[in-house]
Design a protein around this ligand. Structure first.
Ligand code: GLN
Length: 260
């Protein structure tokens, strides 16, 4: 029996708009395939080794003050371990505030510059012109080649989520974008890109939570985690997603209708 350890990073600080649902979805979809799952809830008291022993990483979003605490904690050996894991293709999902950490820096609403981990070539700042936050339902179409290869169905490539952020993230290389924004904002309010992909790491502004609404992304992360862990290509058996597909059809119709 295969097993999977999911590291839920800063579960008590970085967790907004139902982000926890992502962890539950990963667990549920892995268990349905007979994969044993351990969830490690990690926070500032954790050691670098606690992070290193995970097969898949997850971190949710937060307000600026919580991000400040985490950016101080994710330093030194923890930062090194975390960075190496991402470089070594350990998969991860990073939502909103967690996404912002992966770049060069995040300039908060109070103009504090929180240094990032410099893993993905992005930077994030709040607008100097307006205090408007980017809030609402969002629909995007996956454009990143690593994901396109994994998601043959055009319908499944539509990602549905909810966003609420003041930070505008700019991609230094647009080829790293996860998707193209169809409705809503995404990375910023100017270039219609959403999220970033780096190795097996997916970073996005989509709360929702993301994975129950877009299970192909959950399966991508699980399959990659097992492939890296067991050192051979792991393909997951398909699940009956009729209920989710019907729900997606309903949500997409509702979002398109409200735009008409
Ligand atoms: N505090 C950050 C911002 O406003 C992230 C928000 C979030 O994670 N929902 O941009």
């Amino acid at each position: 029996m295969m097993n999977l350890t999911i590291g839920w990073l800063y579960f008590d600080l970085m967790n907004t708009y139902g982000d926890r649902g992502n962890v539950l979805t990963l667990k549920n979809r892995a268990q349905k395939r007979n994969i044993a799952v351990t969830i490690k809830s990690l926070t500032t008291t954790c050691t670098p080794m606690d992070i290193q022993t995970c097969d898949l990483l997850f971190m949710g979003g937060a307000e600026d003050w919580q991000q400040e605490i985490v950016s101080k904690d994710l330093q030194g050996e923890k930062k090194q371990v975390f960075t190496h894991m991402i470089e070594d293709h350990i998969p991860g999902l990073f939502i909103c505030g967690a996404y912002q950490f992966l770049g060069e820096y995040y300039l908060t609403a109070d103009k504090k510059k929180l240094p990032g981990l410099n893993i993905i070539p992005i930077y994030t700042q709040q607008s100097t012109q307006t205090s408007k936050r980017l809030i609402g339902d969002i629909v995007c179409e996956v454009t990143h080649p690593a994901l396109l290869k994994y998601i043959p169905s055009k319908q499944d490539r539509l990602l549905i989520g909810f966003e609420n952020h003041g930070g505008r993230t700019m991609l230094l290389d647009k080829k790293n974008a996860l998707s193209r924004t169809i409705s809503g904002y995404g990375n910023n309010d100017s270039d219609a890109t959403e999220g970033s992909v780096y190795n097996n790491t997916i970073a996005t502004y989509m709360h929702g939570p993301l994975l129950p609404r877009n299970p192909v992304i959950a399966d991508f992360l699980i399959a990659k985690a097992l492939t890296v862990k067991y050192n051979h290509e792991v393909e997951l058996t398909p699940l009956d997603d009729t209920v989710i597909t019907n729900n997606r059809t309903y949500l997409l119709k509702k979002m398109y209708d409200s735009r008409a």
